[in-house]
Design a protein around this ligand. Structure first.
Ligand SMILES: [Zn+2]
Length: 302
């Protein structure tokens, strides 16, 4: 007895039996477990009650999240993948956003291309940001024409840098605090000079001795370094998709524009350059054009 496989090669009887067994297996119905599943995606929100100026994490669990998108208030929010392969999004809440219930739309597509829209709900809680009142001689409050021109030039440079973020995720799986120390000024402090409101504090100040190493809070590309009027020696890191971290008042800068950094790399040393009253690190995080409390970002990865 002889048989041929599709390639026309003569096979021994022993092989034919094995092939027949394999063919019989193929003819059996495919077990249901190996068919594409249609388990609904599970959306979870952390925290469900979020303060103004904080970051909310939306996580999507389920087998059908190969392609999906996310938006809040009509604005697209990038989706990332965690170490376990689950999709998640980070939603920055502006410190002046009105409190109340919020809905994030998460579009989930399954392998067959069917899209389902899910809603993740959370609530914005009002936060009472501390106020700082200072009295200064008026002549010291307003900048000279020369300083104002310098500040405006620096502001334009920083704004154009913020608009040119890498369109891909550069950061690794978490963020770390760049320097350990006492938080001397928290995020969002509303400042008044001679009763006139100033920009609220857009980051946190961490008191640390001059020369303490400052570490990159996550992986990214150094997108701007310089010595600026208010911020002194500064490093800005682009983590991709308009997520930035920034480090001000440094004594020295260890990195160059365009350089890739890993989380924990030393990027500079604590100092008191620019408008500063003592050695500290001002650490800021800006997420999709919204300054957020860096500590709220850290809390999502603890
Ligand atoms: Zn500061």
């Amino acid at each position: 007895m002889q048989a041929q496989n599709p390639a026309g090669i003569k096979l021994s009887g022993h092989t034919i039996i094995e092939l027949c067994a394999a063919a019989a297996l193929l003819l059996q119905p495919v077990p249901a477990a190996s068919q594409p599943e249609h388990t609904p995606a599970i959306i979870s929100v952390q925290p469900e009650k979020a303060e103004q100026g904080s970051v909310v994490r939306i996580s999507v669990a389920g087998p059908e999240t190969a392609t999906s998108s996310c938006s809040w208030n009509g604005r697209p929010i990038p989706l990332f993948t965690d170490a376990a392969g689950r999709a998640f999004a980070l939603v920055p809440i502006d410190m002046d956003h009105a409190p109340g219930p919020q809905h994030v739309s998460v579009n989930v597509s399954d392998v067959s291309g069917t899209t389902a829209v899910h809603e993740a709900a959370f609530e914005i809680i009002a936060k009472k940001f501390p106020e700082q009142h200072m009295t200064m001689d008026e002549s010291k409050v307003s900048l000279s024409a020369k300083d104002l021109e310098r500040h405006n030039r620096e502001r334009a440079l920083i704004d154009s840098m913020f608009a040119a973020s890498q369109p891909r995720r550069l950061w690794s799986d978490a963020f770390i605090q760049p320097v350990q120390g006492r938080i001397s000024t928290p995020f969002g402090v509303r400042r008044f000079i001679n009763k006139q409101p100033r920009n609220p504090h857009s980051g946190i100040d961490i008191a640390a001795p001059e020369g303490t190493p400052v570490r990159a809070s996550s992986a990214g590309i150094v997108c701007l370094t310089g010595e600026h009027f208010f911020a002194g020696k500064s490093v800005y890191i682009d983590h991709g998709h308009a997520l930035f971290s920034m480090y001000f008042h440094l004594a020295s800068i260890n990195v160059q524009d365009g350089q890739s950094v890993a989380r924990g790399d030393i990027i500079g040393r604590v100092g008191s350059t620019g408008r500063s009253t003592g050695p500290h690190l001002h650490w800021g995080v800006r997420m999709y054009d919204t300054p957020v409390d860096p500590l709220s970002l850290l809390a999502l990865f603890e």
